[in-house]
Design a binder for this molecule. Sequence first.
Ligand SMILES: [Fe+2]
Ligand SMILES: [Fe+2]
Length: 170
Amino acid sequence: MRLKSLLGADARKLVQKAVYFELFASHLYRQIAACMQSAGFFGVQKWFEQEAADELVHFGIWRDYLNDRSDMAEIPQLPLIKERPETLGDALQLAFKTEKDLGDFYADMYDRLEDDIRDITTATRVLKFIEIQTESIGEYGDYLARLERCAGDAAAILALDQFIGDKANG
Ligand SMILES: [Fe+2]
Ligand SMILES: [Fe+2]
């Protein structure tokens, strides 16, 4: 017999949204990786392949959480990715915005779980994701700062591409 879900309808909806956003991020980063490959930025390509894999790990944390709460992740349909970044700057900006938006979502999710929904168990799990987002946003901020230092110099940008590639898996 399946147990009744320990999540209320509102908490469940929020966790499902998190499932969607993590899968979406993986999907988006896979596309960015392909774009960077075609632009010849093989370091950043490697970075985004790693990012895409990390987002699937994050999805897995929510999937397991839902299971722990006698519930189940619903695998959503993902949209077609229309963005085609061609420069390192466009790719990093897009990822920065994606991570920032997700960070804002988790902050809001925490607030609602804690204040309105009163689901402290789920709120506590969200804290982990707020930390993940803070770190990720900081990383992209650092890369964008370094890119600015390149001042459009092609050799410097290729060196940055390699620098970022070396960070993947590290
Ligand atoms: Fe993530
Ligand atoms: Fe991320």
